[in-house]
Design a protein around this ligand. Structure first.
Ligand code: ARG
Length: 401
């Protein structure tokens, strides 16, 4: 008896997940491996990936289109939460993991599998996100992570695969580990492991180097309806198309690169390069529109919620009760976050240069220093007396010695 009878394996077509197929069968005693590749807008040839899994010994090779679901159910809530892990990383990889976990669990339920598997190693965040999300969605499923146990180097993994009838395309293998979906790219390892090394241009695929960007700025107008991005330059557009278009527009101006040292959940600091042009612009634009449409106390309280939310998503707790509770709060704040934000893209910057909303709380009549001013200046004096009273009493007490 093996560790499981029928397994659904998260499959990317890469070396590790391909080797997982014979490894699960031979070392884990699994009788049937069903692979699942998710199309998340990464622009790969999924028919080729489907065929590859069958060649490697999969019983069934599933390809699931999930880009729209990634945007609607994972990216949009994150934009509403202005989610940036450690203030910088818009979670483009992290957001895809709970969705892939859901697809795996749905397939496992449909095919009567008793386990799901993934190709993550034991050092990263992704293993945590998969394991915890899968368990949250179906606590009866076993989770197998062969690459966490096998202790093979990449060369050894390739040799293992070849011994079991797999062939790998002979291309110069990249030193980088790259994860990619419509929300962005994450690049790590290789020369990037030395945090002093500047990332070479070769790591970037969605953004231009500043030297190659247009000399003229470009303006884009992003419209939100109740916190959902719905318009681009005045045209109604699906959020997915908006993200795809904005990736191109902003990336063309060199907007969307992040180079950071981040704290992984497993205790390691790692050097990460991200490209997420649309997501970064959308979070900045959304946050700006909130400053126009939310009250001061909601805006300020929400900052703390956003920070906790970002950590929960990063740390694999998408399906946790605290995350669900924060979703409730965030949803409640979004009803009147509607309007348009004008963004100027130029030489790596996405500057917010204008905003307007029918539900704005900003009042020009109150803000103006001109003649039309409606603010009651007389009231200020009494307000300041009461506001400063505790401090006045404290000060007087102190002086009495
Ligand atoms: N550090 C990022 C995160 O934890 C990116 C991980 C990239 N994953 C990968 N398999 N290359 O979300």
């Amino acid at each position: 008896m093996g560790r499981a009878n029928r397994v659904v394996l998260a499959y990317s077509g890469g070396v590790d997940t391909s080797v997982c197929i014979p490894y699960l069968k031979n070392e884990f005693g699994v009788s049937e491996v069903i692979t699942l590749a998710a199309d998340l807008g990464q622009g790969e040839d999924l028919d080729a990936i489907r065929a590859k899994a069958l060649t490697a010994g999969a019983t069934e090779s599933l390809v699931v289109q999930a880009t729209e679901e990634l945007v609607a159910n994972y990216a949009v809530p994150a934009i509403q939460a202005n989610a940036l892990y450690e203030n910088r990383y818009p979670l483009s990889t992290a957001l895809a993991r709970p969705l892939i976990a859901k697809l795996l669990v749905d397939a496992a339920n449909e095919y009567g599998a008793d386990a799901v598997a993934h190709g993550c190693t034991g050092k990263g965040n992704d293993q945590v996100r998969f394991d915890v999300s899968i368990t949250a969605l179906n606590p009866n499923l076993k989770v197998l992570a062969p690459a966490r146990e096998w202790g093979m180097s990449r060369q050894e993994a390739i040799a293992y695969g070849e011994n079991h009838g797999l062939t790998f395309a002979v291309k110069k293998s990249s030193p980088y580990s790259i994860d990619f979906n419509v929300l962005g790219r994450s690049i790590e390892a290789g020369p990037l492991e030395n945090p002093w090394n500047e990332a070479l241009e070769e790591v970037f695929a969605m953004t231009r180097a500043i030297a190659d960007t247009p000399d003229e700025p470009e303006y884009v107008e992003i419209g939100f309806t109740a916190g959902v991005p719905t318009h681009l330059n005045g045209e109604a557009i699906s959020t997915l198309t908006l993200i795809e278009t904005l990736n191109t527009l902003a990336g063309n101006h060199g907007v969307g690169r992040v180079d950071m040292i981040e704290n992984r959940l497993v205790g390691i600091k790692s050097r990460e390069i991200y490209e997420a042009p649309a997501l970064l612009v959308l979070v900045a634009a959304h946050r700006d529109l909130e400053s126009l449409t939310l009250t001061a106390d909601v805006t300020q309280y929400k900052r703390g919620v956003e920070d906790t939310y970002s950590r929960l998503v990063y740390n694999g707790l998408w399906y946790s009760p605290l995350k669900a509770a924060l979703d409730g709060f965030i949803h409640q704040t979004q009803a009147r976050v509607s309007g348009t934000v004008r963004v100027k893209l130029h030489k790596g910057n996405a500057q917010i240069v204008g905003r307007q909303s029918d539900t704005a709380l900003y009042s020009e009549a109150l803000a103006t220093y001109g003649r039309e001013d409606q603010f009651d200046h007389q009231s200020a004096e009494g307000f300041i007396y009461v506001w400063g009273l505790p401090t006045r009493i404290w000060s007087e007490q102190l002086r009495q010695g």
